[in-house]
Design a protein around this ligand. Sequence first.
Ligand code: HEC
Length: 139
Amino acid sequence: MIRKHAAWIAIGALVVIIVIGVVAFGNTTPEDDAGTGIPPQDPGLVAAGAPLYQANCASCHGEDLRGTSKGPSHLSIIYEPNHHGDMAFVLAAKNGVQAHHWRFGNMEPVPGLSDEDLAAIVAYVRSIQREEGFEPYPP
Ligand code: HEC
């Protein structure tokens, strides 16, 4: 009787451990997110965001997101999601940015982008960050 209980407890513990393992590690394996902890992005949003980013942001932030003489790299560690959340990208485009992290000057607002456009741009940026990983700040 006691032995039977012990067996059930062991099986129960095993199930709990497996469930925790799947929940904690099932989605993001360290190899495929370049250590960023960024989850996979919606492929449709990423595909929509790529040309919008190239048309509206790349002239300063770079076609490869690594910055130009007019604006900083979006692969800098300061633009990781916990420091500059998705809303920071939406607000930057809508209101512009007062220069504070770099010496490129202010960013003017970028007109003509809907909330859907901006959500797509953010998904694109996060997908490239996830693939490429981050650069140190200061560079
Ligand atoms: C004309 C050049 C230019 C364009 C175009 C531009 N940016 Fe910027 N952006 C800048 C500069 C310069 C800064 C750096 C400000 C600083 O010193 O922190 C910046 C900063 C930012 C930041 C950081 C905001 C913060 O809170 O610190 C975000 C996010 C950003 N840009 C997103 C975008 C997005 C998205 C687009 C396209 C929709 C875009 N930018 C287009 C020049 C530009």
